[in-house]
Design a protein around this ligand. Structure first.
Ligand code: 2HA
Ligand code: ZN
Length: 232
């Protein structure tokens, strides 16, 4: 996919997320690993990102990342205005943007760490999507004391499609601060064996080949959660 096609997909997906009710205010964020040789002209401002943590990105990585505070309902109209490009190589990080007021999503450190993991272990998974699917979040309240295995048994039992389409089940991460390194590290551990991870009382994170694949996976899981909540 070229950059134009990627922005078209982002526009469609952000509209869908908003209408699903999974993207209240600035909820959710998106990042996509790009294969490019040069920075697109639209991202003309370069910002060097100082950071006090160690990152080790073995190869040059370019990540298209939604900007902090961006709204899915607005991304859909002008996706290019709500994204920037994160460059990382070794421990060096730069941010390219159309407007210096645009900073990367509050979850950018998690996204970067996860993409470094994906590039090495699941190279076909180019995208990370974080969103707030209502019923899955509600399930993490209702089954507060349950383990990952118990939550998966519940979802598999309620709707056979879950087992069929998501045989590896849902990864589950305890409650950590949004944007924190603990949340990132624990999510990476779950991404080893899962494509969709539920963050307790917060939302979902999925890695996939493209954005629609991620949404379809989350939709199946969320439908099962919804049926469970309605039935019991
Ligand atoms: O991007 O959803 O978790 C806003 C969020 C942070
Ligand atoms: Zn969130």
């Amino acid at each position: 996919m070229n950059t134009k096609e990627i922005f078209k997909e982002i526009s469609e997906v952000s509209n869908h997320l908003f209408h699903m009710g999974w993207a209240e205010r600035n909820a959710g964020n998106i990042s996509i690993r790009l294969t490019i040789d040069s920075i697109p002209d639209s991202f003309s401002k370069e910002i060097y990102i100082k950071h006090d943590f160690l990152i080790n990105c073995p190869k040059v990585m370019y990540l298209l990342v939604s900007t902090t505070g961006s709204r899915m309902r607005l991304i859909t109209k002008n996706p290019e205005d709500h994204f920037g490009l994160l460059y990382c190589h070794g421990n060096e990080i730069k941010w390219y943007t159309a407007d210096t007021d645009n900073l990367p999503s509050s979850e950018w450190i998690s996204h970067l760490r996860m993409h470094i993991f994906l590039e090495l272990h699941k190279p076909s998974h180019k995208i990370i999507l974080h969103t707030h699917p209502t019923e899955l979040i509600a399930l993490s309240h209702k089954l507060y004391s349950c383990t990952e295995a118990q939550i998966n048994d519940t979802l598999w039992d309620i709707m056979p499609e879950v087992k069929y389409f998501i045989p590896e089940g849902l990864g589950y991460v305890e409650l950590f601060d949004p944007g924190s390194d603990e949340l990132a590290q624990n999510t990476i551990l779950e991404l080893i064996n899962h494509s969709v991870v539920l963050w307790k009382k917060h939302g979902c994170l999925a890695s996939a080949k493209n954005l629609w694949e991620a949404i379809e996976q989350i939709e199946i899981l969320n439908k099962a959660a919804k049926i469970y909540l309605l039935a019991y």
